[in-house]
Ligand binder design. Sequence first.
Ligand code: NAD
Length: 215
Amino acid sequence: MTTSLSGKTILITAAAQGIGRASVLACLAAGADVIATDIQAEGLASLADEAGKSPRLSTALLDVRDTAAVQALAAQCPPLQGLFNCAGFVHHGSVLDCDEAAWDFSMDLNVKSMLRTMRAFLPGMLAESARSGGGASVLNMASMASSVKGFPNRFAYGATKAAVIGMSKAVAADFVKQGLRCNALCPGTVDTPSLRGRIAAAADPVQAEKDFIAR
Ligand code: NAD
């Protein structure tokens, strides 16, 4: 087992399933203390079981759309060395399918959630980085959508992920000299429960799966 993250505390949002959950398990395997958060209590409980009730894992219900809840959790947590903003939602459709409510929901969950967590956790991360000289890292989940190319029916999604990239570059520029790195992660198609849901919801699921892999 590698222990490259030993002694570091990392908070991960949307950790009950998919990429967030896999990231929790990978960080634990690398020796980190992990705070796994999500809105799904059952998913967090099964994650704790899968992690063998590791004493380095704590879980917390957290809706990243709730500013007061984010601030309350930040007030309770030890200083973080890592923050992984993983939460995100895929709106399906073009600009003509995206009314203002759909736009606002995607912007809130995919982008403003990161404003909330960074404003809540960065002061503690910067203070700890200055104290220990150890540095800190923020990772914001973007996507291949927008960073590499546009995809059909990903109007709101692509717009939010482009915003995440711009926001992450700005945070990096503002704080890298204080030892805080900020990066945006831009995966291609990843086999997760929500991807399976999008495939199942397609008119032709077999073709939809082929299309997701081909892109
Ligand atoms: P997923 O969609 O399978 O799971 C999403 C998780 O987010 C769930 O556990 C859900 O409970 C949680 N969640 C939903 N609303 C929340 C809220 N308000 N507060 C906190 N948690 C909330 O996850 P995934 O497919 O692994 O995607 C995770 C991230 O990766 C997203 O930002 C997504 O846009 C991005 N991404 C996914 C893929 C892919 O192919 N799966 C590709 C590129 C980027």
